[in-house]
Design a protein around this ligand. Structure first.
Ligand code: F6R
Ligand code: ZN
Length: 187
């Protein structure tokens, strides 16, 4: 007897494009990222309609034990001397972790614990990033191409952006074509 099966959802590993239903897509534009970049003047000079990143994800039932799968596509670009990045967040359910997989482009995953200790992991095609619970996370695109990363996380995790409204304790900038990591206080 032939095995019966449901057609699976699909990810194109090279581009991170997801195929399957139900698919949700949300684009975050420069104008929505108030307070995220250090150089407020440069941020105000930018086009508020400019797309900084798009998240595509398969919708899933909510509830304990369920998982979301999504891809973040982070465009290359800068605000002042700081690279484009996601807003970054703790999970509302702090204890819940997440796994990121680098698909294309190059950049960093910035991790920060509740004591404000940061660490950077290099993101590139094939990189695997296990984000423990109680750890805020942000993607930073330091390359010239789109940075795409696949993520899997509990549907119950939620987002807590407010706890980082003052900013992460580390910023990645470029000066004379050199990458710089800067420790900062209150973002
Ligand atoms: C979900 C997750 C990612 C991010 C996405 C956008 O827990 O970590 O799907 O939500 O990279 O970043 P934020 O949500 O910080 O704007
Ligand atoms: Zn997350």
């Amino acid at each position: 007897m032939k095995p019966t099966h449901c057609p699976p959802r699909h990810v194109d590993w090279a581009s991170g494009t997801l195929r399957g239903e139900p698919l949700i897509r949300k684009t975050t534009r420069l104008g929505a990222l108030a307070g995220v970049f250090a150089d407020e003047h440069a941020w105000r000079q930018g086009d508020p309609e400019l797309a900084v990143y798009t998240v595509e994800m398969f919708d899933s039932p909510s509830g304990e034990g369920e998982l979301y799968t999504g891809v973040t596509h982070l465009n290359p670009g800068r605000v002042g001397d700081e690279f484009f990045m996601t807003r970054g967040h703790f999970h509302a359910r702090r204890e819940q972790g997440e796994v990121y997989f680098g698909l294309r482009g190059e950049g960093f995953l910035l991790l920060q614990d509740e004591q404000g200790q940061t660490r950077l992991e290099k993101v590139a095609a094939g990189s695997v990033h296990i984000i423990p619970g109680n750890t805020a996370h942000r993607l930073i695109n330091t390359g010239t191409e789109i940075l795409s990363a696949l993520a899997v996380w509990p549907t119950t995790a939620g987002h807590d952006y407010a706890s980082l409204a003052g900013g992460f304790a580390k910023r990645i900038t470029t000066h004379n074509l050199q990458l710089m990591a800067k420790e900062v206080q209150n973002g």
